[in-house]
Design a protein around this ligand. Structure first.
Ligand SMILES: NC(=O)c1ccc[n+]([C@@H]2O[C@H](COP(=O)([O-])OP(=O)(O)OC[C@H]3O[C@@H](n4cnc5c(N)ncnc54)[C@H](OP(=O)(O)O)[C@@H]3O)[C@@H](O)[C@H]2O)c1
Length: 571
């Protein structure tokens, strides 16, 4: 988390007589938000989802018809208020918010294309740090995953102002409403997640190395990563025998002497005689031969099933062998992590020796938000979230560290970079905890963590984000935002060469003529000062987030038309 500059409010951000749709769960905050908007001249349509079933089961026909009904016609702003403080409520509300985004997409895009602001804002009351501060139990912070929905919508509906706002629960209701009303009119458009702490200060998340890794490297004074697990550890790795998680397990085994218990649904058996000694590429032919020899007709489905099963088992055996070759212990258990009884039965005998969990099991159902179905969301969440919960429920009292695997584009990267990131399907392991903070699911360590320090769960957000990366991200010309940067800003940069050098060094992409252009006169032509202001604020925020120390004046924006001459007084 890094401090985020104060808001630059746009007085005329939305069209006249704006319409807001507020989706809520009937909390007191919702009444206050609706009244606050109405007091500012908004017409509010309210969707009360308090009657939704406790757990999300993928059946969304009724919900989607209610959302479609409320989100048709003119919509300037869609606000989704989340208040889930249990695991099931968190999962359900994040899933519902995906569907809210799905149905809001068309109406908001239409408003944006008509030339005024269209906003999609989610609101949580987690910790004023989008659930990443580590002070809340994971179940309560789970709703922070809604930031993934917001970031996805921002990429799929590029004209829509998207923001995930999290306000500390101790902020009183009036200040909370004021924060929300300010946030929807913020000039900065490209920061998706903003937290407001109890003092009213704003925070956001920047990608970077996990703070323990940084601290350890500084302590060690070199590049040698101390990954914090050793011969005394046994790690349960869901999905760890196949796919990208298996590669991570192999790498981990090279660097630690920990033991591994790998979980997957594929049952492991001795290789059947028809497959023995047969190469992967010849497996299908061998399967056909075997089926035919048994007097049956080989259907493509049966051949494919046999082939996939053997390939999966070979991959599992190869992982186990590689781990053992590296000198670590490896066991494999066939179990579906969404089946709590089966997980409990499988892991209970090992509970005393297991010290950590890596949750890599996942299924993909990638689709644009507008194509999402309740069933797909349910399938992905079942493995990613319910599966994680199931494993933690069994092991919670004994583990001292946990990591889960997901992918997410950086919150401040350009659309182009995000697309590249997505294409590479960068795997991010996010979230780790050390023992010591007590409440569920924070566990008590079986042994001292010594110099490693303590922390709560770091995040549930990235784990959820992993489900929502769009297949492709629309390309946006980087030069268009450069052109729209206000002249006042350009003049400032030209004059402060030290600042420019520092910025170039830290953020080379922006150094190539974007903000640092030498234009001294106001650009001619049609764009309004509002958009220039928004682009300016966004750029400055990006620089600050990248670590540039910018003088306060460089970051001020005066909302006056460029032809008024007010810009001349800047910088
Ligand atoms: N591949 C990438 O480039 C990439 C990038 C970013 C993030 N990720 C994330 O990394 C994780 C693994 O991805 P992958 O591409 O390696 O996928 P994968 O090849 O399909 O592997 C998924 C693994 O999860 C296991 N699994 C799935 N559902 C399970 C369940 N209900 N219970 C137990 N095990 C289950 C699978 O084993 P069985 O089939 O035997 O059950 C398999 O070992 C996913 O969470 C994914 O979202 C992957």
């Amino acid at each position: 988390m890094v401090p985020f500059p104060g808001r630059d409010l746009l007085g005329d951000a939305y069209a006249a007589e704006p319409v807001a749709v507020v989706v809520d769960r009937s909390g007191g905050d919702a009444d206050a938000v609706v009244s606050g908007l109405q007091a500012r001249g908004w017409t509010v349509r309210r969707v009360d989802l308090s009657g939704s079933p406790a757990a999300f089961d993928g059946e969304t026909t009724e919900l989607e018809s209610v959302l479609a009904q409320h989100l048709q016609g003119r919509v300037d702003l869609c606000v989704s208020l989340l208040d889930g403080d249990t695991w099931d409520a968190g999962v359900r509300q994040v899933a519902e918010t995906i569907l809210v985004a799905k149905h809001a997409h068309a109406a908001l895009t239409e408003t944006a294309e008509a030339g005024s602001r269209a906003g999609f804002v989610t609101v949580t009351r987690l910790d004023g740090g989008v659930g990443l501060r580590g002070g809340r139990p994971a179940a309560e912070a789970l709703a922070g995953g809604v930031g993934g929905v917001v970031k996805t919508l921002a990429r799929e509906a590029t004209g829509v102002f998207c923001r995930a706002l999290d306000v500390d629960p101790d902020v009183d209701r009036d200040d909370f409403v004021a924060a929300l009303l300010g946030e929807i009119a913020d000039a900065a458009t490209d920061t998706a997640e903003v937290g407001v702490d109890v003092a009213g200060a704003r925070w956001t998340v920047v990608p970077g190395e996990f703070r323990f890794a940084v601290a350890q490297r500084e302590e060690i004074g070199g590049d040698v990563p101390d990954i914090g697990v050793d011969a005394g550890d046994t790690l349960v790795v869901t999905g760890g025998a196949r796919g990208v998680t298996a590669l991570c397990v192999r790498a981990l085994a090279q660097h630690t002497e920990a033991a591994f218990v790998l979980l997957g649904r594929t049952a492991l058996a001795d290789e059947p005689s028809w497959a023995r000694g047969v190469t992967d590429s010849e497996l299908k032919a061998a399967a056909i031969e075997d089926i035919t020899a048994g007097g049956e007709r080989p259907t493509p489905r049966e051949v494919e099933r046999r082939y996939r099963d053997q390939i999966a088992q070979r991959e599992i055996r190869a992982t186990i062998e590689a781990v053992r070759r590296a000198g670590a212990e490896a066991d494999y258990i066939a179990v579906d992590v969404t089946d709590s009884d089966a997980v409990s039965t499988a892991l209970a005998p090992l509970r005393d020796r297991i010290t950590g969990v890596v949750h890599g099991a996942g299924v993909l159902a990638d689709a644009y938000l507008t194509d999402k179905t309740g069933d797909e969301i349910h399938r992905v969440f079942q493995t990613k979230l319910t599966g994680l919960r199931t494993v933690l429920d069994v092991l919670d009292a004994t583990i001292r560290c946990a990591t889960w695997c997901c992918s997410r584009p950086s919150p401040v990267c350009s659309a182009m970079r995000a697309r590249r990131t997505t294409r590479r399907r960068t795997r991010r392991c996010a979230g780790s905890r050390r023992a010591g903070s007590g409440s569920a699911p924070t566990a008590t360590s079986r042994r001292s963590t010594g110099a490693r320090g303590t922390a709560g769960w770091t995040t549930s957000t990235p784990a959820v984000c992993g489900c929502w990366i769009p297949r492709s991200v629309p390309r946006r010309s980087s030069s268009s935002s450069a052109r729209s940067a206000p002249t006042t800003c350009a003049r400032w940069w030209v004059r402060t060469s030290r600042c420019r050098q520092e910025t170039r060094a830290r953020w080379p992409q922006l150094g190539r003529g974007n903000l640092l252009g030498r234009r001294r006169e106001p650009p001619r032509g049609g764009a309004t000062h509002v958009m220039r202001g928004a682009a300016f604020t966004s750029r400055v925020n990006q620089l600050r987030l990248a670590g540039a120390r910018l003088p306060a004046r460089a970051c001020s924006y005066v909302p006056a038309p460029l032809d008024s001459g007010a810009w001349r007084n800047q910088g």
